[in-house]
Design a protein around this ligand. Structure first.
Ligand code: KG4
Ligand code: ZN
Length: 339
């Protein structure tokens, strides 16, 4: 079985082909980041239009990379949600049209489930049950994964998502969009001892997060601090250390609570090297191992959609033929494949 995956939930068009026998055959990505950078964030209407322009040529390029044709595709998966409605509709329409024309099953998949399963594409995938920290531009979830579609959400952010906090802090420091990776680069040069920001909610039991207080602390510091590069780098470092520490404290607690043997970090913020290194230490201290997706599969991509689609299409799931998207789609609605 070969599944074509189409990702178009936000500002990247991602296409991939996953084969049951051979694994990932090919993947291609077009990022719109430069287009949105001048506006300081994603402009939804521009995102939809660019997906329209890119999606078919990118599908052709991915088929060519794999050395196969459309007729070789056995099923089509696309991101049904969560995400931007217009952007999602582009992927959904193209997937449904192709499915109809080729007479192949089509399935809309959950973007966050796909992020969660991204480490399954690596040579040493995690074993169930594992703990996953899902940290993207819109989500911050700590999940106990008992199997595909069997997710227990232990904690989530009560306000800003982790990626949002990175992006807003980056903006305050005058860094261009998307801020996360830029902030990480700046933080690497910063003095770790100059600014200490709060580790929100770590003194309370449980696994929830909150980043709005941290953001306010950074705003106040930026307002009162000098504007030289050294100070900006030290603020970036102080912010990143606070976020990484907060996740580390909750992850340690979750490992003790669940006894899980593997730790996964996924979603765009999962590309942050300081976070990856720190969680590895925490996991190893608790006798667990990490299973991370490669950096390119932390941020949005088609490979995770093709793989998730494969898991569910191969269990007999498919759409009814109607084009529908779920801009908001709570993860606890997920069920095991085929149920
Ligand atoms: O998963 P993703 O590509 O898209 C969503 O589904 O939201 O995540 C994007 C988020 C952005 O907020 C971006 O700034 C953040 O991930 N991000 C990072 C890094 N790379 C991307 N944050 C911190 N450090 C990074 N290296
Ligand atoms: Zn994402």
């Amino acid at each position: 079985m070969i599944v074509l995956g189409i990702e178009s939930s936000c500002d990247e068009t991602g296409i991939a082909l996953y084969s049951a026998d051979q694994g990932l055959l090919a993947h291609q990505l077009h990022s719109q980041a430069d287009m949105h950078a001048v506006y300081g964030g994603v402009v939804p209407e521009l995102a939809s239009r660019d997906h329209v322009r890119r999606v078919l040529p990118l599908i052709d390029a991915t088929l060519a990379e794999a050395g196969i044709t459309r007729a070789d595709v056995d099923g089509i998966a696309y991101t049904r949600g969560p995400g931007l409605a217009g952007a999602l509709l582009v992927g959904a329409s193209v997937a449904s049209s192709l499915g109809w024309a080729l007479e192949r099953p089509v399935l809309g998949v959950h973007h966050m489930e796909a992020h969660l399963l991204a480490p399954m594409l690596e040579p040493e995938p995690p074993a169930f049950p594992f703990l996953a920290l899902l940290v993207s531009g819109g989500h911050t979830l700590l999940v106990l994964v008992a199997g595909i579609g069997r997710y227990r959400i232990l904690g989530e952010s009560l306000d800003d998502a982790a990626g949002e906090a990175f992006d807003k802090t980056a903006k305050l420091l005058g860094l261009p969009y998307p801020g996360g990776p830029q902030l990480e680069r700046l933080a690497a040069e910063g003095d770790p001892d100059r600014f200490r920001f709060p580790r929100p909610m770590t003194d309370r039991p449980g696994f929830d997060f909150s980043f709005s207080g941290l953001k306010t602390a950074v705003v106040n510091t930026v307002r009162n601090a000098d504007e030289d590069d050294e100070t900006r780098a030290a603020i970036a470092r102080g912010f990143q250390d606070a976020v990484v520490d907060t996740f580390a404290i909750k992850m340690r607690r979750a490992l003790e609570h669940t006894g899980a043997g593997h730790v996964v970090v996924a979603g765009g913020v999962g590309a942050n090297q300081a976070l990856r290194d720190r969680l590895r230490e925490i996991a190893e201290d608790n006798g667990a191992r990490v299973a991370y997706p490669r950096l390119a599969f932390c941020t949005d991509n088609g490979a995770m959609i093709a793989y998730t689609g494969y898991c569910r299409l191969s269990a007999g799931e498919q759409d009814s033929g109607r084009v529908d998207v779920r801009p908001r789609w709570p993860m606890d609605e997920m069920k095991p494949p085929g149920e």
